[in-house]
Ligand binder design. Structure first.
Ligand code: BEZ
Ligand code: FE
Length: 288
């Protein structure tokens, strides 16, 4: 086919992908082609603009390495990660909601014992005690659950962004007891700006957007027979909750960290008073 109109071009391209054997792949590619073509037609995209777009995406990929994930950051900033989370989450009533994983998750963080702190910097004391149970949809304790957490240090940076922090500072995983109970220690999280020294920073500046995320602790909770939960615990007192740069706040994930001045409680949890505490259960949905 030659001398095609815009619509004919889209149809011809779709036809060329029509024999894709994997039905799901074919469906995704067809929708992608239709939407990309409609987008370029709608904005009357010029060749210079598309070249600038390709160069932007190329530089975004080039920034990525084992510690920096600018592609995830871009997806997060376009709201695409939050949308994918919405359409794929399907959480049953009563289960803890999920949210985006973000670009700072590192697999294989070290195990922490019951009540151990995730702080690794000499002299740093935990100021936040988080305890609760991992439960199933009927309130049943989930045995053998693991709770993996990660968060920034008080300077708003993750260990992998900040050479002054020991590796795995403020990250680690805990095994819940047979009754689902867990006890972990960390610091109260702070709000922080996402990295702005790359292409996503260019995008934020070009669009007059701020780079802040509300304070949160990330958690991944897993157990045999249950769906893996990727979530956050957001600080209820944070000022950025309604304008999270990556659109990932859900009301059900906002928690009030309670200040506790009791010396007895501090001794019980082996922290210094005053400290912050959060009683929080994670409710998993079943597999399948
Ligand atoms: C994070 O919370 O670690 C995060 C999520 C999305 C983009 C940037 C950071
Ligand atoms: Fe984070």
């Amino acid at each position: 086919m030659r001398n095609m109109t815009e619509t004919e071009l889209t149809d011809v391209v779709l036809e060329r992908y029509a024999s894709t054997p994997d039905a799901r792949l074919k469906m995704i590619l067809h929708a992608l082609i239709r939407h990309l073509h409609a987008f370029a037609s709608e904005v009357r995209l010029t060749e210079d603009e598309w070249l600038a777009g390709i160069q932007f995406l190329t530089r975004t990929g080039q920034i990525c390495d084992d510690k920096r994930q600018e592609m995830i950051l871009l997806s997060d900033n376009l709201g695409l990660s939050a949308l994918v989370n919405m359409v794929s989450a399907g959480v049953p009533e009563g289960a803890t909601e999920s949210t985006v994983i973000g670009p700072f998750y590192v697999p294989d963080s070290p195990q922490r014992e019951w009540g151990e702190s995730v702080l690794l910097r000499e002299g740093d004391d935990p100021t936040l005690v988080i305890r609760g149970h991992v439960r199933g949809p009927d309130g049943e304790p989930v045995p053998d659950a693991t709770i993996e957490i990660w968060q920034t240090d008080a300077n708003g940076q993750y260990d992998i962004q900040d050479a002054s922090q020991p590796e795995n500072n403020l990250r680690g995983w805990y095994r819940a007891r047979p009754d689902g109970a867990f006890l972990l220690k960390t610091i109260r999280p702070t709000s922080y700006p996402i990295p702005t020294d790359g292409t996503v920073g260019e995008l934020l500046r070009a669009t007059n957007r701020h780079p802040f995320r509300p304070a949160h602790v990330h958690a991944i909770v897993s157990a045999p027979g249950y769906r893996k939960l990727v979530t956050h615990l957001f600080d209820a007192e944070d000022t950025w909750l309604d304008s999270d740069v990556v659109f990932a706040v859900k009301s059900s994930l906002i928690r009030k960290f309670e200040r506790n001045e009791s010396a007895d409680d501090a001794a019980r949890w082996q922290v210094r008073a005053p400290f912050w505490e959060l009683h929080n259960d994670f409710v998993l949905s079943r597999n399948g």
